[in-house]
Design a protein around this ligand. Sequence first.
Ligand code: EPZ
Length: 415
Amino acid sequence: MGAYQIIGGRPLEGAVQIHGAKNSVLPVLAATIVGGGEYTIHNCPEISDVDTALDILRVLGCTAERDGARVCVDTSAAENREIPEELMKKMRAAILFLGALLARFGTATISAPGGCVLGERPINLHLLGLRLMGADYEYDRETLRCRASTLRGCTVALPFPSVGATENLILAALACEGEVTICNAAKEPEIADLIGFLRACGAKIAGTGTSVLQIVGGAALHGTEYGVMPDRMEAATYLAAAAATRGRLVLQGANPAHLQAVIEILERGGCEIAQQQDEIIVRCDRLRAVSPIVTAPYDGFPTDAQAPVMAAMATAEGVSVFEETIFSDRFRHVPALRAMGARIYATERHAVVTGVRRLHGASVEATDLRGGAAMVIAALSAEGESRITKTEHMERGYASFAQALRSCGAQIESI
Ligand code: EPZ
């Protein structure tokens, strides 16, 4: 079990390179299964979730090699094997192999995916769409067996714009006879990135960036070379860290267009943020509270930025109210922030944060990826020493986290 030892109280100052997006590269790696072929993916972050995706590809009989930020995959010889439970349990995105295997082989057997514990994370919307395409399934909450003699074109109207369901349905639709229309599709930039990759492989997909996607099934897919977009949640985390520590950071390689909801909240809180095409410069004195901060599907305020921004608001002047509308249990970081002196009152969906002048160090345990990042941010802004255990949560999604923070003046050690 890893830990970070942090001595807080120093403003972060310097430049951070934003890596490729975790939530883009994972669906892209699953998608390499659909057509078979050789793929080179650039800008792959060196995080454990990518390692898990590569392990899944190897279990399926593919070759998968990493050379720094470049990953080469050959899925030509993929076989339809069951993905071991221990790999499925490591991350939520493992569920995307369902749509990919179904598209390639017409059947898929997988166990329930793991990932961050954020409350109920059902897959009913994935299954609803697959059934409309003609797939049958048996799901006993442990193992899902899915098969389709033919996948057919249809219209799927999602009751909620689920990111994972949209991605899984796009992948399955690639093998449909006819056209699939997904209404109320998720509009997160990572979906557009997946579509960009698939189009580079020869897929015919219209509606990128909108809530109505049209996929023409049956196009011949081939291998390709593709660079994934920058990670907007990594960038949001560093923006919050700069705000919390009253520092100045340059985020190199970030795309500000993907971060408007976060930037707007921080600017309202008094941060000065300069946006260039692929760079964001943030500078902040003591934040002012902003309220309400309501999470929503893109282009609303992202649920993944809720915990990091809450850590920054913990020392803002005034009271901010957070409303979490996406996940039912995404305030699991609150007890740790309170242990550091934050004044937060939380119910299931709301958190009221009364800013204090300073937090103090404490020993806490990371609960999940973004919750753990929030604890790191709080510790960086706090007086004294903190110890944050279970850093494997952060290693799932932040490449060289401690190293990047250290290069900007943070006193943080991985132990
Ligand atoms: C993706 O998760 C991201 N993960 C999450 O990022 C992110 O928080 C989330 O989208 C929302 O933006 C990846 O891309 C790998 P959803 P996903 O399906 O696909 C409900 C991070 O920190 N729902 O949009 O699992 C669900 O319970 C991670 O990087 C159903 O009810 O999110 C939740 O309340 C964590 N039935 C809501 O929709 C379904 O079939 C949003 O889930 C599917 C989802």
